[in-house]
Design a protein around this ligand. Structure first.
Ligand SMILES: N[C@@H](CCC(=O)N[C@@H](CS)C(=O)NCC(=O)O)C(=O)O
Length: 200
């Protein structure tokens, strides 16, 4: 398999962590690209019409894309157990909530990095952060059980989302209001797969 990849992307990181945790990394090569909403990388477009990453190219040349689809595919392919069958809808909603934090935080990054300075719209950035903040609070209050126990997709997604916030928006303090989530995150971040995929 080939993963169309950029180390700074939290969506890519979810997939990379799953590859490492399941051992499927041994069957995968990473193809590094630089792609943005206004300048899509050719290899990203070839694998995904939107040009977004991650995209996974399978042995038969077909592609699987969107991190949620790829992670589910890898889980099935590895016969892993990252999605709790007991409460699958709550698990998938947790993953969606973590992805929503990533989406908001990535849009905040794009607003400052890609848009010309005179066009940056601060209320829009603040509104994205409000979405992320509410989602972090919801995870802290409603998904405590899922963050404990055996490794699951919700844990991986939440950790990748929180790390991206720290990585690109270090001035945004989410820890003070969510101290238990902060403790969980510190401990989860020590997993070898998280250490190996830390963006730099
Ligand atoms: N829902 C997608 C989101 C992927 C996404 O937004 N990736 C960003 C990188 S962090 C990207 O490819 N941006 C380029 C673009 O928007 O064209 C997923 O989960 O894979």
């Amino acid at each position: 398999m080939k993963l169309i990849y950029a180390s700074a992307s939290p969506f890519v990181r979810k997939v990379h962590v799953v590859l490492l945790e399941t051992g499927l990394i041994d069957e995968t090569s990473l193809v590094e690209v630089t792609t943005t909403p206004v300048n899509s990388a050719d290899q990203a477009v070839a694998a995904n019409p939107t040009g977004k990453i991650p995209a996974l190219i399978l042995e038969d040349g077909s592609s699987v894309y969107d991190s949620r689809v790829i992670c589910r595919y890898l889980n099935d392919r590895a016969n892993a157990d990252l999605y709790s069958a007991d409460d699958i809808w709550k698990m998938l909603t947790l993953e969606a909530t973590a992805d929503a934090i990533m989406e908001a935080a990535v849009l905040m990054t794009y607003e400052r990095r890609i848009r010309p300075e005179e066009m940056v719209y601060e209320p829009w950035i603040d509104a994205q952060w409000a979405k992320a903040e509410r989602s972090i609070a919801a995870i802290a209050s409603d998904w405590g059980d899922f963050l404990q126990g055996p490794l699951n997709m919700g844990q991986i997604s939440v950790a990748c989302a929180l790390n991206y916030v720290d990585f690109r928006h270090e001035d945004r303090d989410w820890r003070t209001a969510n101290p238990r989530l902060a403790d969980w995150f510190a401990s989860f971040s020590e997993r070898p797969a998280m250490v190996a995929t830390r963006p730099s």
